[in-house]
Design a protein around this ligand. Structure first.
Ligand code: G3I
Length: 352
């Protein structure tokens, strides 16, 4: 080959290799769940988190994909007030400090719940007046400590039975339904956060969804602030022994969100995981990816759906297999922190 044609050929090769990234623009861009959702005009994509010193992949994934965290257990009553008026905030403080340091939003979880509630509260046989003062002291100390730090608070968690009636918790049996507006009034007194009612199995526009709408109206009827409803979204991509069936359609998911959003509050998916019968197969993972996409699209279709939180990063630590034997593989990253098809399905769904 003549020298000049060698030069010409190598120049052509060089220019084609240099040009390639430009012609591929967009394709090679690093993906980020929260950045994509923000480009769609929404606020955040979050994850529940339990800090584990040995899992160094997690902070990196959070930095890349999430702009919000929810402490998975650290702020619950048993963790923060294990005995009366004895507050232990060390664990909770780590999450709040982390969020502040890394400019993350923080969905604080939760103030008033029947579960992970210490026996001194559930079995204390307190009268109405005393139980309200115990609630106030807890909210004052916990929500007050993070007055300006929490972006959102789950003020009351899981107050409903499946048929939409009130769960017979110590709060309800002692105080009656007034415990809900009372809790929100106290949260508004001690916190600047957006105040949420949060529950599961309200994503399919059923009797329980109607119960959540009733709670929004009840709280507003007292002239008390409620800013949002959290749809936990512990869902399944196929029928499993513990799921009512496969995923609700996008239309049904949207209708469920509208059931409360149309009352003038924000809505959010707060604890998303989409489980299957294990072991996972490529076919099941593909169905799960579609399910994640559908959930994301339903949020994007509803103006007041401000954000979405998945309930954990990796399948390695999900609560599901320990509670629902034979089910799991519900999150976006596998046990080795590799992105699953679900990750790409979710990402596709939250892009406009
Ligand atoms: O910290 C103790 C440890 O000291 C002890 O040795 C060990 C032995 O069982 O238990 C540890 O506590 C566990 C705790 O998680 C912290 O890891 C509890 O047993 C376990 O029951 C608890 O599970 C949590 C569950 O809430 C409790 O209800 C899950 O991690 C958490 O993901 C789950 O999250 C809930 C939301 O808050 C509300 N909505 C439903 C969702 C899923 O259940």
């Amino acid at each position: 080959m003549h020298f000049s044609s060698i030069v010409a050929a190598s120049l052509a090769l060089a220019s084609s290799t240099v040009a390639a990234p430009h012609s591929n623009k967009g394709k090679d861009k690093p993906t980020s769940l929260y950045k994509a959702f923000r480009e769609s005009g929404r606020s955040y994509i979050g994850t529940a988190w339990t800090m584990r010193a040995n899992e160094t992949a997690e902070p990196k994934i959070i930095k890349q994909d999430f702009n919000s965290i929810t402490p998975e257990n650290a702020q619950k009553w048993e963790s923060t007030e294990p005995s009366r008026n004895n507050f232990t905030f060390e664990d909770s403080d780590r999450y709040v400090e982390y969020a502040k340091k890394h400019s993350l939003q923080i969905r604080c979880h939760n103030l008033v719940w029947h579960s992970q509630l210490p026996a001194w509260v559930t079995d204390g046989k307190f009268d109405n007046h005393t139980l309200i003062s115990i609630m106030e002291n807890h909210i004052k100390n916990l929500a007050g400590r993070y007055r300006k730090d929490c972006t959102q608070w789950d003020v009351v968690n899981e107050a409903l039975n499946e048929d939409g009636t009130y769960r017979e918790s110590v709060w309800y049996t002692t105080i009656g339904e007034a415990y809900l507006p009372i809790a929100f009034k106290l949260a508004a007194k001690y916190s600047k956060a957006k105040l949420f009612y949060n529950d599961y199995n309200i994503e399919s526009n059923n009797a329980k969804t109607a119960g959540a709408a009733r709670i929004v109206k009840l709280i507003k009827s007292y002239g008390v602030r409620i800013d949002g409803v959290g749809y936990q979204a512990h869902l399944a991509s196929e029928t499993t022994p513990t799921s009512g069936g496969p995923l609700p359609s996008q239309k049904v998911l949207e209708a469920a969100l509208h059931a409360t959003a149309d009352l003038g509050v924000d809505v959010a998916y707060t604890e998303i995981d989409i489980r299957m019968n294990t072991p996972a197969t490529p076919a099941k993972l593909a169905v799960q990816a579609e399910a994640y996409k559908t959930v994301a699209k339903s949020c994007l279709a509803v103006k007041r759906c401000i954000g979405m939180t998945v309930w954990g990063i990796s399948d390695k630590y999900s609560w599901i297999p320990g509670v629902f034997a034979g089910e799991g593989a519900a999150l976006l990253f596998d046990e080795d922190y590799n992105k699953k098809p679900a990750y790409y399905g979710f990402l596709a769904g939250l892009k406009k």
